[in-house]
Write a protein that binds this ligand. Structure first.
Ligand code: PGA
Length: 245
């Protein structure tokens, strides 16, 4: 099971203490089954890579630029730079980046550049509330998957994260039976392209210590992408424990 902490634009240097607590507990035997990955802001990646060095915890970024080469892109960071400081993962296609301009095409280029630099990708997909109400969910997800994966061969280093946009940061999650069905549909969409049944799919959107037991009823989910609830070590650990125990 994957537990990916998406810290978004939160976390100063004191945040290190929160991670240290998780490092400590992750050494227990029952945490063996948990793949814990922190995606802090760029400013903390180097620090987090260093403090997690002798632990099972891996570090990722929340985005990257699509250019595989260095270039005149003020304020941007590409996969190459991330890899050079020890990041192993990168989130691509998060809805918060889609609204600020990441088209499916750009996302496709970003995924390609990340794979090229041997970063593992957390590829986010999800529909808005408006799209859901218009019963366009599967149409949107299919288009995000097909366009995002264009020209990319079956790759087990790409993990999918289904994050309904209306669920992110709102405290609302889909009904369990609907979510289960959605995960099934997404697996089917990926299978059509890659002929592979074993793609990993995470759920993201308002995962917290209260709803995690309910979410865990869905056997086909391979883990969670967790925003708000991952910042406090106590909550993050609680979510992991309730899932693996
Ligand atoms: P949330 O964020 O858990 O705070 O809803 C999840 C995400 O945006 O990845």
């Amino acid at each position: 099971m994957f537990f990916i902490a998406n810290w978004k634009m939160f976390g100063d240097l004191n945040a290190v203490n929160s991670v240290k607590k998780v490092i400590k507990i992750s050494k227990y035997r029952n945490f063996k089954k948990a793949n814990i990955i922190y995606c802090p802001p760029y400013t903390l990646i180097d620090k987090f890579v260093k403090i997690t060095k002798n632990s099972k915890i891996k570090i990722g970024a929340q985005n990257c630029h699509y250019s595989q080469n260095a270039g005149p892109f003020t304020g941007d960071i590409n996969a190459d730079l991330l890899k050079s400081i020890g990041a192993n993962y990168v989130i691509i296609g998060h809805s918060e980046n889609r609204v600020s301009g990441d088209s499916n095409h750009i996302i496709n280029l970003k995924i390609k550049s990340a794979i090229k630099k041997k970063l593992k990708v957390i590829f986010c997909i999800g529909e808005t509330l408006k799209e859901r109400k218009r019963k366009k969910t599967n149409l949107i997800l299919k288009s995000q998957i097909i366009k995002g994966l264009k020209g990319i061969k079956k790759n087990k280093e790409i993990i999918f994260a289904y994050e309904p946009v209306w669920s992110i940061g709102t405290g609302r999650i889909p009904k369990i039976d609907q979510l289960e069905r959605q995960i099934y549909d997404i697996k089917k969409m990926i299978k059509k392209i890659w002929k592979s049944k074993n793609s990993k799919i995470l759920y993201g959107g308002s995962v917290n210590t209260k709803n995690i037991r309910e979410l865990n009823k869905i056997r086909s989910i391979n883990g969670y992408l967790i925003g708000g609830a991952s910042q406090k070590s106590k909550n993050f650990i609680d979510i992991i424990k309730k899932t693996i125990n």
